[in-house]
Design a binder for this molecule. Structure first.
Ligand code: PLZ
Length: 480
């Protein structure tokens, strides 16, 4: 039986219950949003135009007094909670000492200690070094710089459904055009895309149609065989893509261990290990982008651990510093040190407040409780959501690992994506005070990223709202 305490790990003063004081968004949020529209670039979208006043555990409290259940964690960032006591204490103490020196000008030890922890804890039994930056996109770009510097090669291999950022290089590495790349070109030609191994939609890789879909009723073995075949075909296609451009021209291949923005796609078993083999064969640096899936989200510190694969370089950001901007590139010492002195850096890279926050996050992960919670969140969510694949025709799959879970909506049989359903269901959840996010190359996936400190009762309340919204939308859909 799944047991997680009802209270968050560090309950503050914010009641851990859903509460609707007004419609969502309420009048104050609506007024603030109107003001925002007059001041902020329209280029910034908003999932839910609600203005937050405070947040803690699994709750976001808005300016109208509504308490929303947070199934987003600010896109996988506030895993330890948005008002974590250890983070607050360390950051406050640092704030009283100094806010900034620029690590390239004068040093502070917390930077080294963050690097030391990452060197010890990222997968890979080899000597490592780490470099710190501020955003995920910066970590990705620096990994490419390091790989180019170490190999002297130009090309970067990325995959279908990938997301690596919005900066000029990383948006080219990201697969989805709208909104990330639209009108922002030209894109650098050195970024080359290969097939990924999406078990639900192997058509992307040109493999066995329909395999792996909601495998049940004794189909487990078939699904396993089909999964291996999907991986094998995707890997063959990766080899062909490399050969087309000359495998010896690739500095790096960059892959998410679970594709995040692309739809919470857990790659077919063997795909990551296959990429590891291919990278070794051709002297290509394997960069594992753990920015969304890492730092405990999937029930292990790094998601690549589930596959027993270690990147030559592993990227961390998001949950690394409990909400403060910090990202990291951790890799083989000989790669990380191949860069000329002064070649890496940035004014705010590894800011001292963010480093202290990361050290607090590491302390939170020390006793294994949060990793266990991620696994318990998965058990509870699967218990509530998996029956939907039988009760409705449009839930194609419940998938993910740990507290990184998703529902994909599609037409039965054809698997034609249903982004309309994902959007309508998400909207219904928002109106009920449950913050869900969508994702997916086709926008037809609802993803769940609760803070790891969410209480069990609160989580169940949020999941029940989601379940009811799915059943209602599916029912209305059948009655069409
Ligand atoms: N790599 C795997 O998930 C960020 C993007 C939200 P930054 N994902 C959320 C949005 O719409 O901008 C992400 C990621 C993976 C890289 C990044 C980029 O991290 O900190 O947003 O730059």
């Amino acid at each position: 039986m799944t047991q997680i305490a009802d209270a968050p790990v560090h309950a503050g003063s914010l009641p851990q219950s859903r509460h609707l004081a007004t419609a969502v968004p309420g009048p104050r949020s609506r007024a603030l949003h109107a003001e925002r529209r007059a001041e902020v670039s329209d280029g910034f979208g908003t999932v839910l135009p609600v203005f937050v006043e405070s947040a803690d555990g699994g709750i976001l409290q808005d300016v109208d007094g509504n308490r929303l259940i947070d199934l987003a964690s600010g896109i996988a960032v506030t895993s330890v909670g948005a008002a974590n006591a250890r983070v607050r204490e360390r950051v406050t103490a640092q704030l009283e000492r100094f806010t900034h020196t620029c690590f390239m000008v004068t040093e502070y030890d917390s930077f080294t200690q963050v690097c030391r922890w990452l060197n010890e804890h990222t997968p890979g039994d080899f000597e490592k070094r780490t470099a710190l930056f501020s955003t995920g996109a910066e970590a990705v770009e620096n990994a490419v710089k390091i790989a180019r510097s170490a190999t002297g090669r130009p090309h970067v291999l990325v995959f279908d459904e990938a997301y690596h950022g919005r900066s000029l290089l990383t948006m080219a590495m990201t697969a989805k055009d709208n909104p990330y790349r639209l009108n922002f070109g030209p894109l650098p030609r050195e970024v080359v895309r290969a097939a990924s191994a999406n078990p639900l939609r192997p058509s992307v890789t040109g493999a066995v149609a329909g395999a792996g879909a909601a495998g049940e009723a004794g189909a487990a073995r078939d699904a396993k065989v089909a999964g291996e075949e999907i991986a094998a075909r995707a890997l063959a296609s990766v080899e062909a893509t490399l050969a087309e451009h000359g495998a010896e021209t690739f500095a790096a291949m960059v892959i998410e261990p679970i594709q995040g923005e692309g739809g919470f796609i857990v790659p077919a078993p063997g795909f990551l290990a296959g990429l590891r083999r291919i990278a070794d064969e051709h002297g290509i640096v394997l960069v594992i982008d753990e920015i969304q899936a890492g730092m405990g989200r999937t029930g292990t510190l790094f998601a690549s651990e589930h596959e027993g694969v270690a990147g030559d370089i592993t990227l961390s950001a998001k949950a690394l510093a409990g909400g403060l901007p910090l990202s990291a590139v951790t890799g083989r010492a000989e790669l990380m040190n191949a860069v000329h002195a002064g070649g890496l850096g940035g004014t705010y890279a590894g800011n001292p407040l963010a480093c202290e926050a990361a050290l607090a996050v590491f302390e939170e992960f020390e006793d294994g409780t949060l990793l266990a919670r991620a696994r318990e969140i998965e058990a509870i969510a699967r218990e509530v959501l998996e029956p939907l694949t039988r009760q409705t025709a449009v839930v194609a799959e419940v998938r993910g690992r740990g507290a990184m879970l998703a529902l994909e909506f599609a037409e039965p049989g054809t698997l034609a994506p249903r982004p309309d359903l994902a959007a309508a269901i998400s909207k219904a959840c928002h109106a009920q005070g449950v913050l869900t996010l969508t994702c997916g190359t086709h926008g037809n996936v609802i993803r769940l990223l609760p803070p790891l400190v969410i209480g069990a009762e609160l989580l169940r309340d949020g999941l029940d709202v989601l379940r009811a919204a799915v059943l209602e939308a599916a029912g209305a859909d059948t009655a069409r």
